[in-house]
Design a protein around this ligand. Structure first.
Ligand SMILES: [Zn+2]
Ligand SMILES: [Zn+2]
Length: 481
C-alpha cells in the first residue's frame, strides 16, 4: 500500500502542538484545556484506526475508474502535479461545502467542529466516518487519468496543509489572505456566530470561496464550536450524536417524504409541523461560557498518563499495520477505543467510567500475563505467517531450502523475504490461490500462499502487479507455526 503521509507526520504534529503550548504559556493565554485537547486527539485516533480497515475499500472506486481513464496523465510532469493539486483543492471545496450544507454529510463532519477551543489539536479532531462521504467527490480525477499515487500524495498534502491553520497565535497574513486558507480565514470557518456559519470551506486555496460566494473575512474573533454544543468527552458519542439527533427529529416527523428530506436539507431544517427552519442563534463572546467539567489534579494526571499510553498503542498499531493480522488489528483498535471512552467518562465523572476503567486494566494485565507465558522459541515445521502489505498469509513450504530461508528471515526480525517473481500455480492445500516461484530466478520451487480470512485479498486485487514480475510490497515472515 502507498505511504500514509498522515501517519508519518504524527511526530511533527506533536512537536508543533508542544511548541504552540509553550507559546500560549508565555503569552498567558488559555488556548488549550486538557480535557478538550485530549478529546480532540481521541477523535483523531478513532478516525485513523477506522481508516486502517476501510481505506482500501474507499480507494477501490478510484482504482476502478482509473481503468476507464480518458488520458494518461504523466507522473513526471510538473504541470500534471499542479493540475492535480488544483483539481483536488477544487473538489475538496465542494465536498467540504456540502458537508456543511447537507445534514447527512454534516453528521460525519460535525466532529471536526465540536471543540469550543481553537488550537493545533483541533486540527487532528476528525470524524471517523468522514472518509465515507468524501471519496466519491474525487472520482472525476480518476476518469481524467490522474495516477492513483499522484492523487493520494496530493490529497494527503491538502490534508497536511490544513494542520497549521488551526491556531490563534498567528494573526492576519496580508495579501496571502486573498489566495490561501490562512489561520484567520479558517478561524471564521470554526465560528458559531451566525455571520461566520458555513463560510470559508477552502482546503489550501481560499479563492474558491471568493469565487462561489462563501467567503467571510475575520472581523471580531469568533466564538468557536457548534450551535448546540456536544457537552461530552466521549469520542464515540462525538461521532454518533448528530445521527441520533437526526433520528429523533425523523421520529417526530409525520411524512415519509419529510424524513428523507431531512437527510439532504441543511442543518437546522425541520418540517413545518416542528416549527420549520431554526436559524443559528446569536452568541455573545463576552458572556458565553464553554462547557467544561471540573477535573481534580490527580485525575488529570492519571488521565494524561493513560491517554499517552493509549496514544502510543495507537501509533504502534498504525506503524505496524503492515505486519499485524486483521484480527489483532481489530482487537487492538477496539481496546484503544474502549480506553478512550473510559478516560473521557472519568473526566466527566460518569458512574460507569470507574468500573469500565477497572475492567480495562484487568483485561490489559491478563493480556500481558498470557503473552509473557507463551514466550517459547518457535519450532519451524514448514508453515509460516507471511505479511504482504497489511495482509497475512499462511505460507506452506515443501522445499527444505525454502524452510531454511523463511526461518532465517523470521530470526532476522522481519528482513525482506525474497519473494521473487510469481506465476499462477495449480492450487493446493485448499488454497484459493497458489503461486509457484520461478525456479530460474529464485531457489524456491513450490509454495502455496493461502489467505487466512478467505476473503478477496489485496494481493488478488493487485494480481497484475505481482504477475508482472515482482511483489511490489515485499513480504516479511512474521510468525512460524
Ligand atoms: Zn468544516
Ligand atoms: Zn478546521
Amino acid at each position: 500500500m502507498p505511504v500514509n503521509y498522515i501517519v508519518l507526520a504524527i511526530p511533527v504534529f506533536f512537536v508543533l502542538i508542544a511548541l504552540e503550548l509553550v507559546i500560549t504559556r508565555v503569552l498567558e493565554k488559555d488556548y488549550y484545556r486538557l480535557s478538550d485537547s485530549l478529546n480532540d486527539l481521541a477523535c483523531g485516533i478513532l478516525q485513523q484506526l477506522l481508516e486502517v480497515f476501510v481505506k482500501t475499500a474507499l480507494f477501490a472506486g478510484y482504482l476502478h475508474l482509473y481503468r476507464y481513464r480518458v488520458l494518461d496523465v504523466p507522473s513526471a510532469s510538473v504541470a500534471a502535479w499542479v493540475l492535480c493539486f488544483l483539481g483536488v483543492d477544487f473538489l475538496y471545496y465542494w465536498f467540504h461545502r456540502l458537508s456543511h450544507e447537507v445534514n447527512a454529510f454534516w453528521a460525519a463532519h460535525v466532529v471536526h467542529h465540536q471543540s469550543e477551543d481553537y488550537n493545533l489539536a483541533v486540527a487532528l479532531r476528525q470524524g471517523a466516518f468522514q472518509g465515507w462521504f468524501s471519496w466519491f467527490f474525487y472520482l472525476p480525477l480518476a476518469l481524467i487519468g490522474f495516477p492513483p499515487l499522484m492523487f493520494l500524495a496530493v490529497s494527503s498534502m491538502n490534508t497536511l496543509y490544513q494542520f497549521w491553520i488551526h491556531t490563534r497565535t498567528i494573526g492576519r497574513l496580508g495579501p496571502l489572505e486573498w489566495v490561501l486558507n490562512t489561520p484567520s480565514n479558517h478561524r471564521v470557518h470554526h465560528g458559531r456566530n451566525p455571520k461566520y456559519i458555513d463560510r470559508n470551506h477552502g482546503g489550501t486555496l481560499i479563492v474558491w470561496d471568493r469565487l462561489f460566494g462563501t467567503y467571510q473575512e475575520e472581523q471580531e474573533e469568533p466564538v468557536y464550536g457548534i450551535t448546540s454544543p456536544l457537552q461530552s468527552w466521549n469520542p464515540v458519542w462525538a461521532n454518533l450524536h448528530y445521527w441520533v439527533e437526526l433520528w429523533r427529529t425523523a421520529k417526530r416527523t409525520r411524512r415519509l417524504a419529510d424524513r428523507l428530506r431531512l437527510l439532504v436539507k441543511p442543518p437546522g431544517w425541520q418540517p413545518e409541523e416542528l416549527g420549520g427552519f431554526q436559524p443559528a442563534p446569536d452568541v455573545d463572546a463576552a458572556t458565553y461560557r464553554k462547557w467544561d467539567t471540573p477535573v481534580p489534579r490527580w485525575l488529570a494526571l492519571y488521565g494524561f498518563v493513560q491517554f499517552t499510553l493509549a496514544l502510543l498503542a495507537a501509533a504502534l498499531l498504525l506503524f505496524r499495520q503492515g505486519v499485524l493480522s486483521r484480527a489483532w488489528l481489530a482487537a487492538g483498535a477496539v481496546f484503544i477505543a474502549v480506553s478512550l471512552v473510559a478516560l473521557g467518562g472519568l473526566f466527566e465523572r460518569k458512574r460507569w467510567a470507574t468500573p469500565l476503567e477497572a475492567a480495562r486494566l484487568v483485561a490489559l494485565a491478563g493480556f500481558f500475563f498470557v503473552a509473557c507465558g507463551s514466550d517459547r522459541a518457535p519450532q519451524p515445521r514448514g508453515e509460516f505467517l507471511v505479511a504482504v502489505d497489511r495482509e497475512t498469509f499462511v505460507l506452506r513450504a515443501t522445499d527444505p531450502e525454502t524452510i531454511r530461508l523463511a526461518t532465517e528471515n523470521f530470526r532476522a526480525r522481519n528482513a525482506m523475504f525474497p519473494l521473487g517473481p510469481l506465476r499462477p500455480g495449480n492450487g493446493g492445500f485448499n488454497a484459493p490461490w497458489s503461486w509457484h516461484f520461478d525456479p530460474d530466478r529464485v531457489r524456491m520451487t513450490e509454495i502455496a500462499i493461502e489467505v487466512c480470512d478467505g476473503r478477496p485479498s489485496y494481493v488478488e486485487e493487485q494480481l497484475q502487479d505481482f504477475l508482472a514480475g515482482y511483489c511490489p510490497w515485499g513480504a516479511r515472515v512474521v510468525g512460524v507455526r
